[in-house]
Ligand binder design. Structure first.
Ligand SMILES: NC(=O)c1ccc[n+]([C@@H]2O[C@H](COP(=O)([O-])OP(=O)(O)OC[C@H]3O[C@@H](n4cnc5c(N)ncnc54)[C@H](OP(=O)(O)O)[C@@H]3O)[C@@H](O)[C@H]2O)c1
Length: 291
């Protein structure tokens, strides 16, 4: 039985946004388009791939877990859709070069890249002294891999004068920095800024970018953090709805309603907001020590 209080869906929408796209509009936008979705073995990427394929897109599935990609592809095909698996570790630049060569050979083009694969880590700096690899791994999947993939795809997109890149980012890069999320948020911020910079160079060649500053979504990624499980969050399908709107309508960004003022206030009041988060972190730590 659902034990959540009345008004919970409204709270979820207010905090995380619910800007979706009707089926008919999505079909019009993506039918017969070649759409590459990274991180499509699970979570938001899987739900996005399923929705795009149902709307008539030719979906290219990329992630490491080949068996899971095949499960997703089989499900799509069983429903009459088109999907192709390309198992790839996006932390390996050479594997990305092979991936793009294979895709261009097989399909001739990529109309839309949904850069969704990601790795999250929540760990205090005191627990990270021996874990430089946390920074390396988050950067490899959240920044360097996506940047390499864009670099490989851009020549063919620019040559055709058409292409769209959707970055599944996090609302966390728009709100004040938070203790324990340093490795994750720094790597997500890096790709966000990189893409915004190059976007200014691409528009005139017909290549556009959209960034979805996603709120909390209940997936495999958020599941290990007990605090997040109790907070209002989207389902993967609701999150996919936002990603699909970005694919179809090509907005500059999609941002949850409450994140815009938080972003503005955080920039205006940098010192007080940092102090506020500092207090929150210290209180949490003290409570942990006395338990
Ligand atoms: N969940 C949230 O609350 C939330 C909030 C804001 C933003 N986001 C962002 O949304 C995106 C999707 O997250 P999610 O919640 O759906 O997480 P998820 O269920 O853990 O899915 C992550 C996906 O990324 C793939 N992936 C991870 N490392 C990879 C690698 N080295 N090479 C290729 N693929 C890799 C995973 O597949 P394999 O393991 O098979 O490789 C999986 O398909 C991420 O970019 C995340 O930062 C999530």
């Amino acid at each position: 039985m659902d034990k959540r209080p009345p008004g919970w869906p409204l709270l979820v929408a207010l905090i995380n946004g619910r800007s979706g796209i009707p089926d008919a509009r999505l079909v019009e936008a993506v039918r017969d388009k070649v759409v590459l979705v990274t991180g499509s073995s699970y979570g938001i990427g899987e739900a996005t791939a399923r929705r795009l394929a149902a709307a008539g897109a030719i979906v290219l599935l990329v992630a490491r877990t080949a068996e899971q990609l095949d499960v997703v592809a089989s499900g799509i095909k069983a429903s009459g859709g088109r999907a192709f698996s390309y198992p790839t570790n996006l932390a390996e630049p050479a594997a990305i070069e092979r991936l793009v060569a294979d895709i261009l050979r097989d399909h001739g083009r990529v109309d839309v890249l949904v850069s969704n694969a990601g790795k999250s880590i929540r760990r205090s700096i005191a627990d990270s002294y021996q874990r430089f690899h946390d920074i390396e791994r988050t950067n490899a999947v959240n920044y360097l891999g996506p940047a390499k993939l864009v670099l490989e795809l851009l020549p063919s997109m620019r040559e055709r004068g058409a292409g769209h890149i959707v970055n599944v980012s996090t609302a966390g890069v728009r709100t004040p920095p938070m203790a324990r999320w340093s490795a994750y948020l720094a790597s997500k911020s890096a790709f966000d800024v990189w893409l915004r910079c190059i976007s200014q160079e691409l528009r005139h060649d017909g290549v556009t970018t959209s960034t979805v500053y996603m709120g909390l979504v209940h997936t495999r990624m958020s599941e290990p953090t007990p605090l997040l499980n109790s907070l209002p969050g989207l389902t993967p399908e609701q999150a996919a709805d936002q990603v699909c709107r970005a694919v179809a309508e090509r907005p500059h960004n999609i941002t949850p309603p409450l994140v815009r003022p938080a972003d503005a206030l955080g920039n205006l009041l940098r010192v007080p907001t940092d102090r506020l988060f500092e207090q929150y972190f210290r209180r949490g730590n003290t409570r942990k020590r006395t338990q």
